[in-house]
Design a protein around this ligand. Structure first.
Ligand SMILES: Nc1ncnc2c1ncn2[C@@H]1O[C@H](COP(=O)(O)OP(=O)(O)O)[C@@H](O)[C@H]1O
Ligand SMILES: [Mg+2]
Length: 352
């Protein structure tokens, strides 16, 4: 996403307390025009609270929220030009699909003919023209979700907010709707804030991901940056699979775990945690130039194309994804010679 585009949403040191409990300590973020940003974190970390502060349903305890440069911190929700799709869709059960989509247009006083045109256009966009006369109960979960999306987009909001919009759908449908949603948002160049606890959803959808932990931002970056170069221990273990080895870098050239596993590295001396992705562990013969390690296979999980091995070297545990020809199935208890690809090795600050 172009760094030159205008900032549409700005959270400036936003804090939210409930009584003596701080839910969001200090949240700052810029979202640029047309950008799709995911707030990602486990349940209870403050994603919905943050989104609702932007929508205007919850007032921050302190800090400011700007939309297109205007301070909206004290502007009521209905005057913020924000479209929202909730987790449970919140469709009006007694209204048809078309009436649901039209609802917000009536409340802003749009003329009847213009409303009809806008509803048509929105239904076309989400491919629901055929179902305009149906009631929500006559629709599948995926269709209801598209109605909620059309309803939110009909008002041509400055920013679209989605709070776990796929969580009530099965995995296959979720993957397809994710694709549809991304295309729709791209075509409309709609600035979007998307909340999810699902790392795969965030990795596949987002231009940028905000990884949250107990209301605090751990890291902001593209999906590639978050996966390849996690900034903290928390981000590394939350996104994707990885092995975390506690140890220290000695004289800038050698990483040594507390139980004596050593890896050649270049980095700043001191206590650190090494992060190794499963694809960064290879069979010794694949990288003959790198010193190999003998590991014990503790468990082996078959995943079709890949087999995931849980390995142990001394007290250190490693996860490895690799392919094994038929008849060479790895057996727990056996030993295997492996290398850790130095190119895939990352370091984050040690836990304590
Ligand atoms: N109205 C409220 N009063 C007190 N605590 C609340 C209120 N709303 C949410 N919380 C608490 O704030 C935390 C974050 O909630 P939420 O933003 O819904 O998290 P998420 O959407 O990431 O699952 C939770 O611990 C929740 O219990
Ligand atoms: Mg939530």
């Amino acid at each position: 996403m172009s760094g030159l585009r205008e900032i549409i949403v700005c959270f400036r040191n936003v804090r939210k307390d409930y009584g003596a409990t701080t839910i969001v300590p200090d949240f700052s973020l810029d979202v640029r025009r047309g950008e799709l940003v995911c707030l990602l974190g486990p349940s209870g970390c403050g994603k919905t609270t943050t989104l609702r502060m932007l929508a205007g349903f919850i007032s921050p305890t302190s800090g400011e929220i700007l939309i297109e440069g205007q301070d909206v911190t004290r502007v009521p929700a209905y005057r913020r030009d924000v479209g929202i799709v909730f987790q449970n869709y919140a469709l009006f059960p007694h209204m048809t699909v078309a009436k649901n989509v039209e609802y917000g247009l009536v409340s802003i006083g749009m003329r009847r003919e213009e409303r009809a045109d806008r509803v048509q256009e929105m239904l076309l966009r989400v491919e629901l023209q055929q179902l305009a006369a149906r009631y929500p109960r006559e629709l599948s979960g995926g269709q209801q979700q598209r109605v909620a999306l059309a309803r939110a987009l009909a008002l041509q909001p400055k920013v679209l907010l989605l709070d776990e919009p796929f969580s009530n759908l099965d995995a296959q449908l979720r993957a397809r709707l994710r694709e549809d949603l991304r295309n729709l948002i791209r075509n409309l160049e709609m600035t979007t804030l998307f909340v999810t606890h699902d790392q795969e959803e965030a990795l596949t959808l987002a231009d940028r991901i905000v990884v949250m932990n107990k209301g605090a931002v751990e890291q902001v970056g593209s999906p590639e940056e978050i996966y390849d170069a996690p900034a903290t221990w928390y981000v590394a273990q939350f996104i994707g699979q990885c092995s975390l080895l506690e140890g220290q870098i000695l004289d800038g050239t050698l990483f040594r775990t507390d139980d004596g596993l050593t890896l050649p590295v270049s980095g700043q001396a001191g206590k650190t945690t090494a992060i190794i992705r499963p694809e960064g562990v290879k069979k010794a013969h694949e990288m003959p130039a790198v010193p190999s390690q003998r590991a014990t296979i503790e468990a082996s999980d078959y995943h079709g194309a890949l087999t995931r091995l849980h390995l142990r070297i001394g007290a250190s545990k490693l996860i490895m994804d690799s392919q094994f020809p038929v008849g060479q199935k790895p057996i727990p208890g056996e030993q295997i010679d492996i290398v850790i690809d130095p190119g895939g090795l990352r370091f984050v600050p040690a836990l304590q």
